[in-house]
Design a protein around this ligand. Structure first.
Ligand SMILES: [Zn+2]
Length: 160
């Protein structure tokens, strides 16, 4: 897996869950605040604009990862409800669970791609998250096509 050229700077970024604008000093790899003029560890000068952009990208990457992990949980629940469709006593719950979760996961997938499609990052977590979202997207693709065709036949097909 070779990294894309030009995205290397993101590899130097640190992660911070609380959204503080921090990043790693390109020189000494210590974690520093993006508002600092120079690194407080090695005194390397910090380009405030670049640091700000890097920190913002980092915040988006973190958001993309946490959204993807939430989506994966919802997708797993969807599969569980789908499995319930085949169990007689609980199939009623399975139907409703499937419908609601399917709609929810569909919204999450569309929103994720709209918000994060243009992130360029080789960050391990992000690459893994994007793969997860890709799998979920594929999972939804065929049911959506099927649903649209069933709907089209119901609306415009013979017998109406
Ligand atoms: Zn430094």
């Amino acid at each position: 897996m070779g990294g894309r050229p030009g995205s290397g700077i993101l590899l130097t970024l640190a992660k911070e869950a609380d959204g503080t604008m921090i990043f790693e000093c390109p020189n000494c790899k210590e974690t520093i605040d993006s508002t600092e003029k120079q690194c407080r560890f090695c005194s390397a000068p910090i380009d405030a604009g670049a640091a700000e952009r890097a920190a913002k990208t980092l915040a988006r990457v973190n958001q993309a990862c946490s959204d993807a992990s939430f989506m994966r949980t919802a997708a797993v629940a969807l599969l569980v409800f789908f499995g319930m469709l085949f169990i007689p006593l609980v199939s009623w719950y399975g139907t409703w669970g499937c419908l609601i979760l399917f709609a929810a996961v569909l919204v999450m997938v569309v929103r994720w791609w709209l918000r994060f499609w243009n992130i360029e990052s080789d960050d391990d977590d992000f690459v893994r998250s994007r793969r997860t979202v890709g799998v979920v997207t594929l999972l939804l693709f065929f049911p959506v096509i099927r649903f649209v065709s069933v709907l089209a036949i119901a609306l415009f097909g013979p017998g109406n």
